[in-house]
Design a protein around this ligand. Structure first.
Ligand code: NAD
Length: 482
């Protein structure tokens, strides 16, 4: 059984309890991990606090070289990491390899970026003679990194890499159902030279240890990715101590396909955007609005391509021209999707393909679905749909499409397909979202700040901007120079 990492030691839970990890494709137990209790969290935070004293004083070049080494190790062990990830999360091996590459790329990005950050120097007016000001950046302390089940590794990297690069220490908490690959990645960080106590991982249920971690007085920064519901709780727990938090929450990204769109490219991008990871992506294409003049062409091509997917165990490949899609991560998640599909159809939507369970004896599989024109009040339009189910809506007026795109509590990503500069400008300005892709796939680039508005949360991950969110900016005024 893998153990959790606290202070450089691999440990069982203090209460000796365990948590089973289940493969969603086979429903078999893959492994067990310690089920941490609040005492374990206490220990991890205390250890990280002690380690901060030394780590925060190391020079950035040193920290960056350790992160670069970690990125190399992740790259070298990609196959093993991907296999572990598939066994606990369900995604096909090829997608798991993609996630591991993205993790290595993100860690390397911060190894390089951290050494390029420059500060400010400002000459100042002063009655006491010449003076100048400096703006310096100080690490914050112990950071909590809380990750969800859908991309356990990339979302770990987006937190741990900028936190460590900036001189902080970390207590990471993966989702209860996906701790295994995370523990392996922590092992590689240690192997790369991250000192004992600088990166700790506690495994267990969020309902048991989440509150204690977020509210711990020695945690100064909480980076949370997960559902909007849990995010609200994290915000409330962090409020009394005025902790700095970033909340990367749910989404219901709109896609607007205009009359002049490259329909073939748009179909390909929407397929990836909606059906990658069996649709369990925060920035998935979750509502598509298609101009009436290209609606039939778009829908015909989309449905034909969705028909190529074959749900199955992610460790096996589908026979060409079929494409493998993994299971939904939990039975409860699949049940919710089935209910959302049923509601969409009952509201007047037409099921064009998929939407049912498969005939596998085990595993939480769902046939990928497309549903035309469910009602605007249906759950498919009003809620986050976290799986391979896509509602499609027809529009005739661009302003109307933007209004409907914004008619959601969420505001994570969005995209538009057109070459009309005026419409591109309108989309960039008017769509209420943290990101707008133009003629592009919904993808979280390491190079660009990423994060939502409205019920999708606040704060940014990725990009050079994320480094700022792991430091205290301090102004220093220096006089007595004459
Ligand atoms: P979740 O909210 O159920 O769990 C996320 C994490 O929070 C897990 O590690 C969980 O154990 C922990 N947790 C649970 N209760 C807690 C508490 N009281 N205090 C602290 N931590 C607690 O989310 P999930 O179902 O694992 O993930 C799916 C959701 O994540 C979707 O809504 C998806 O859109 C969202 N997501 C958002 C982004 C983004 O960048 N915006 C990225 C990926 C996923």
């Amino acid at each position: 059984m893998p153990e959790m990492l606290i202070g450089g030691e691999w440990r069982e839970a203090t209460a000796h309890e365990e948590l089973e990890v289940v493969n969603p494709a086979t429903e078999e137990i893959v492994d067990s991990v310690p089920a941490a209790s609040p005492e374990d969290v206490e220990l991890a935070v205390a250890t990280a606090k002690r380690a901060f004293a030394e780590w925060s004083r190391t020079d950035v070049e040193h920290r960056a070289s350790i992160l670069a080494k970690a990125a190399d190790l992740i790259h070298e062990r990609a196959k093993d990491l991907a296999a572990r990830l598939t066994s606990e999360q369900g995604k096909p091996i090829a997608e798991a390899m993609g996630e591991v590459s993205h993790l290595a790329h993100g860690v390397r990005f911060y190894a390089e970026a951290a050494t390029k950050v420059r500060g400010a120097y400002q000459e100042l007016p002063s009655t006491l003679g010449p003076a100048y000001g400096m703006v310096i950046r100080r690490p914050m302390g112990v950071c909590a990194a809380i990750t969800p089940y859908n991309f356990p590794l990339t979302l770990l990297g987006t937190k741990v890499a900028p936190a460590l690069a900036s001189g902080n220490t970390v207590v990471a908490k993966p989702a209860a159902t996906t701790p295994l690959a995370t523990l392996e990645v922590a092992r590689l960080f240690s192997e790369a030279g991250v000192p004992d106590g600088v990166l700790n991982v506690v495994t267990g249920r969020g309902s048991r240890i989440g509150d204690g971690l977020v509210a711990h007085p020695d945690i100064r920064r909480v980076a949370f990715t997960g559902s909007t519901e849990t995010g609200r709780r994290v915000a409330a727990l962090a409020a009394p101590d005025l902790k700095r938090i970033s909340l990367e929450l749910g989404g219901s990204d709109p896609v607007i396909i205009c009359a002049d769109a490259n329909v073939d490219a748009a179909v390909k991008a929407v397929i990836i955007g909606r059906y990658w990871n069996a649709g369990q992506a925060c920035l998935g294409c979750k509502r598509v609005f298609v101009h009436e003049s290209v609606y039939d062409e778009f829908v015909g091509s989309l449905v034909e391509r969705v028909g190529r997917y074959e749900p199955g165990d992610g460790t096996t490949k589908a026979e060409k021209p079929k494409l493998r899609m993994g299971p939904i991560h939990t039975r409860a998640g699949r049940d919710e999707l089935l209910e959302q599909v049923e509601d969409g159809i009952a509201s007047g939507g037409e099921l064009l393909i998929g939407g049912g369970t498969t005939d596998h004896r085990k595993g939480y599989f769902l046939e990928p679905a497309v549903i035309a024109e469910p009602s605007t009040e249906s759950r498919l339009n009003r809620e986050e749909v976290f799986g391979p189910v896509l509602p499609i809506f027809r529009f005739s007026d661009f302003e109307e499409a933007v209004r409907r795109a914004n008619d959601t509590p969420y505001g994570l990503g969005s995209s538009i397909w057109t070459h009309d500069a005026r419409l591109i400008h309108r989309a960039a300005q008017d769509i209420e979202a943290g990101m707008t892709w133009v003629n592009q796939i919904h993808y979280g680039y390491d190079e660009l700040p990423f994060g939502g508005v409205k019920a999708s949360g606040f704060g940014k991950e990725h990009g050079i901007e994320a480094l700022d969110s792991y430091v205290e900016i301090k102004s220093v005024v220096v006089g007595g120079l004459a």
